[in-house]
Design a protein around this ligand. Structure first.
Ligand code: FE2
Length: 288
């Protein structure tokens, strides 16, 4: 293996992968080498550009810590996350569409009873959200776990606020015998993905805005059903057609309707105007 050139270098590297034991790893590594080499050939990468790419990826890594995941952000903003999501969630007709997981999920969110406020003390417009978890045929799924996370009324996730000691605008509920769940929160607002790091520099170089349309994240699970990770988006948001992470699906958009002060659907007497939103989720059975 000597005298390798532009034209035979790729084959030489691929030949080195022949001894890879894990068949799937070999498939992925071979494809990666082929596409990576082809990409370098196609753009005729200069040495300066190559170094810039190395420094960019290094900066992406350095920006990561236990609360900031710049690599997920990079994947999201290049559409890779949504492509992986689409390939991995070819769910049957009738089940709720999925969308990007995002970098802000935290394990260990508090468990709440239905009707609780998951945004107690959080600034924002009070919102009553209710819905049901059903199967593809519309039959209630009792005891499903509804895991919720969202921004505060100013567009920040709790993990982005250094002064916070406890989680906020996160919670886990369980559906009742009729598959219902309901909770109070604050109306989500559109927010920019973190743009103070290398991914922000990339977006600016591309002339792109960093905004996501307002949404609440949901993860739904129940024994015997396939998990669903998705969002519910606020109808009318100005960024629905230009989501920086390509995550919007029309079936996930719902109205957040404003009501004057008074008695809310769960009987709570509201002293201020509030919003009401509703969304039913449909789970697909395992092996479907
Ligand atoms: Fe989000």
């Amino acid at each position: 293996m000597r005298n390798l050139t532009e034209s035979n270098l790729t084959e030489a590297v691929l030949a080195k992968l022949a001894t890879t034991e894990d068949a799937r790893f070999r498939q992925i590594a071979e494809s990666l080498v082929r596409h990576l080499h082809e990409f370098v050939r196609e753009v005729e990468l200069t040495e300066d550009e190559w170094l810039k790419a190395i420094l960019f990826l290094t900066a992406v890594g350095h920006k990561c810590d236990d609360k900031r995941q710049e690599f997920i952000l990079l994947s999201d903003t290049l559409g890779v996350s949504m492509l992986v999501d689409a390939i991995n969630h070819r769910y049957p007709e009738g089940s709720t569409e999925t969308t990007v997981f995002g970098p802000f999920y935290q394990t260990g969110a508090p468990e709440f009873e239905n009707g609780a406020n998951i945004a107690e003390g959080v600034a924002g417009k009070p919102t009553y959200f209710s819905g049901r978890v059903l199967d593809e045929k519309g039959v209630a799924v009792a005891g499903a776990i509804v895991d919720i996370w969202a921004v505060d009324g100013e567009g920040w996730y709790d993990v982005q606020l250094a002064h916070l000691e406890a989680m906020q605008v996160r919670g886990r509920l369980k559906t009742d015998d009729l598959g219902r769940f309901w909770f109070w929160t604050v109306k989500p607002v559109s927010y920019p993905v973190p743009s103070d790091g290398p991914v922000g520099d990339m977006l600016r170089a591309m002339g792109r805005h960093p905004y996501r349309p307002a949404h609440i994240h949901f993860m739904l699970s129940a024994p015997g059903y396939r998990n669903i990770i998705t969002h519910v988006f606020v109808a009318g948001d100005g960024y629905l057609d230009s989501d920086v992470v390509f995550g919007v699906k029309s079936s996930l958009v719902t109205e957040f309707t404003e009501h004057a002060a008074g008695r809310a659907p769960d009987g709570t007497v509201m002293q201020t105007p509030y919003f009401v939103a509703e969304y039913d989720f449909h789970l697909a059975r395992e092996n479907s």
